[in-house]
Design a protein around this ligand. Structure first.
Ligand code: ATP
Ligand code: ZN
Length: 292
């Protein structure tokens, strides 16, 4: 007997239009999935995998994944936590990084969370905010707004707000200061807890493996340099990740070319040391994807 989902494509929920849209599509394209113009349709078929994207508001993604309408979803951890749905978090994705913070008017009397007792707090995240304050033993009136929360203190409808912050620029522009961080967020790949067909499970596994390779590649660089043959042991010591580099003889007597992959974070630290060890022509290249 055919199960219902074996007849359908793996359906992935993606934010239709917002901060996460382009980064999510870039990630999916970066792992080899090809799509027609995703800006024009709500349901977009993938050309080379049995996958389709459902483009919706980010607030709806946790519920769609929870219900099994979508098998996977790319959504902020903040939205998942606020909805309180029971989905499987497959992976954090290092983009859409932000924090949900409490902010207050700069010149006001509220300096810390405990000053918020019996005050009014405007937010689009009533559940996270309520739970956080409860944990601190603070009781406030929560005013739920769907957007433009930062203007609430100036309109005198709230004494404080909780809102997403990345650079802090919006808060500053509205005369607000952050007094407490409640929640750290990034985009997550989430999966429904409804059972998936074998075919879909394999596709999810493949997508996850490719994302892993894609993320690893983003943090790594391919480096090439020339060096005297006798410097190779010293160079191996300088680059901790260098287990078995490619070492190729050059036409010049006693010179070799060394190629290897290193974590991006170490590159600038080791560069001068490599130079001191005799390396020349050090070149660093980005890597599109890698499988270890
Ligand atoms: P939608 O129309 O889909 O409901 P939205 O206005 O709720 O869109 P965006 O502003 O596009 O949502 O933000 C989407 C997600 O981006 C947030 O839920 C959060 O996870 C992440 N994000 C990262 N930095 C910020 C930030 N500074 N402000 C708001 N969201 C941020
Ligand atoms: Zn939203």
């Amino acid at each position: 007997m055919r199960t219902l989902d074996s007849t359908t494509s793996l359906r992935i929920a993606v934010q239709k239009s917002g901060r996460l849209t382009d980064k999510t599509i870039n990630l999916l394209e970066g792992i080899g999935l090809e799509f027609d113009d995703y800006k024009r349709s709500l349901l977009v078929k993938c050309q080379n995998f049995d996958v389709e994207l459902l483009l919706i508001r980010d607030d709806d993604i946790p519920e769609y994944v929870n219900d099994g309408v979508c098998d996977l979803g790319f959504v902020g951890a903040n939205v998942v936590a606020e909805d309180g749905v029971d989905v499987t978090i497959l992976r954090g994705l290092n983009y859409g990084v932000c924090r949900l913070s409490i902010a207050v008017p700069k010149e006001g009397d509220i300096k810390s969370v405990t000053d918020l007792n019996n005050k009014r707090i405007a937010t689009s995240y009533p559940n996270i905010t309520r739970n956080y304050l409860k944990g601190k033993g603070v009781e406030s009136e929560i005013i739920t707004l769907s957007g433009s929360v930062e203007i609430a203190p100036r309109l005198e409808i709230a004494d404080a707000i909780t809102d997403l912050v990345s650079t802090g620029g919006t808060l500053k522009a509205n005369g607000l200061v952050e007094i407490e961080e409640m929640f750290q967020s990034e985009t997550q790949l989430v999966q429904t807890k409804k059972p998936l067909s074998k075919g879909k499970q394999q596709l999810v596994k493949k997508i996850l493996q490719r994302i892993e390779g894609y993320q690893l590649a983003a943090k790594s660089r391919y480096i090439m340099m020339n060096a005297p043959q006798e410097s190779v042991p010293e160079i191996k010591n300088i680059i901790p990740s260098l287990k078995s580099p490619t070492v190729m003889p050059l036409a010049d007597n006693g010179m070799v070319a060394i190629h290897t992959v290193i974590p991006l974070a170490t590159f600038w630290d080791v560069m001068e040391q490599l130079k001191d060890a005799g390396a020349t022509g050090i070149v660093m290249l980005p890597i599109e994807s890698m499988i270890t």
